[in-house]
Design a protein around this ligand. Structure first.
Ligand SMILES: [Zn+2]
Length: 257
């Protein structure tokens, strides 16, 4: 029996003052994990740029090298991967990121394997992010206009599985401990491209950085950045209207701790 029940009157429920201090602003490191070199700009570029501008360490891990990102059958895939690697670094620089890494997995071949989970877990244990940003693995259909790329869904699955059960448990990938890394519980996961968003993040002042970072991926922009600039702008304005700001991005945010 609780103290409240034994000392209070039965008719008057006791009003308990909040004992928890308000949450301190989250200033910890961020790890963004996406499937393709240009995904993070589209899904979360404004938010990531805003966090970096606020002094947070924002790191990017791209799980595939993007070497099928072309309709030209004559294009050399290794050369495309090299170009996309450079575009990724430049986009990350514009967003103010601390690092950007592109894995050698072929575009379109991403699978939720132990090998790739190990790589994501290792990165989590190295960076110790307070937020892992990735994409919603349950997002299949966007209205009846298109459905989600397999690599996007798989990147979300890999990332969630790497967070839990994975990075925080010493029995997953114990060889990392021999490398001097410690288990790390990621307290928050943010999912972009979410079908059921529960959070709208103000990115006013950072839409330009999002579009400029995406514009570095010129191998993917045969017709220029204008289409994306217009579409991303419309999307940001529509999201912003929900919270009364100029521009915003929407996410499904999971508070794990
Ligand atoms: Zn993609």
């Amino acid at each position: 029996m609780s103290d409240a029940a034994s000392s209070g009157t039965a008719a008057e429920p006791e009003v308990v003052a909040p004992t928890e201090a308000p949450h301190a602003p989250d200033t910890g490191a961020v790890l963004a994990v996406f499937a393709h070199p240009d995904d993070c700009e589209i899904a979360a570029g404004g938010t990531l740029a805003k966090w970096a501008a606020a002094g947070r360490e924002v790191h990017l891990l791209v799980l595939t090298n993007g070497d099928r990102g072309s309709q030209d059958p004559a294009l050399d895939r290794a050369e495309l991967a090299r170009i996309r690697g450079e575009e990724t670094i430049e986009g990350a620089r514009i967003m103010g990121m601390a690092s950007a890494t592109v894995l050698e997995v072929h575009d379109g071949d991403l699978a939720n394997t132990e090998e790739i989970r190990a790589e994501v877990v290792r990165t989590i244990r190295r960076i110790k992010p307070s937020i892992l940003m990735t994409c919603d693995p349950t997002a299949w259909f966007f209205e009846n206009r298109y459905y989600n790329h397999s690599d996007h869904r798989t990147a979300g699955l890999i990332s969630l599985d790497a967070v839990f059960p994975g990075a925080g448990n010493p029995h997953y990938f114990p060889l990392h401990l021999d490398e001097g890394l410690e288990p790390h519980d990621v307290p928050r996961v943010w999912l972009g491209w979410a079908t059921e968003p529960n959070h709208v993040e103000d990115i006013s002042g950072y839409l330009d950085a999002k579009v400029a970072a995406l514009a570095t991926h010129s191998s993917q922009l045969a017709e220029g950045i204008a289409f994306f600039e217009e579409e991303l702008g419309k999307e940001a304005v529509a999201a912003g209207e929900k919270i009364g700001v100029a521009h915003a991005e929407e996410f499904r945010v999971l508070e794990l701790r």
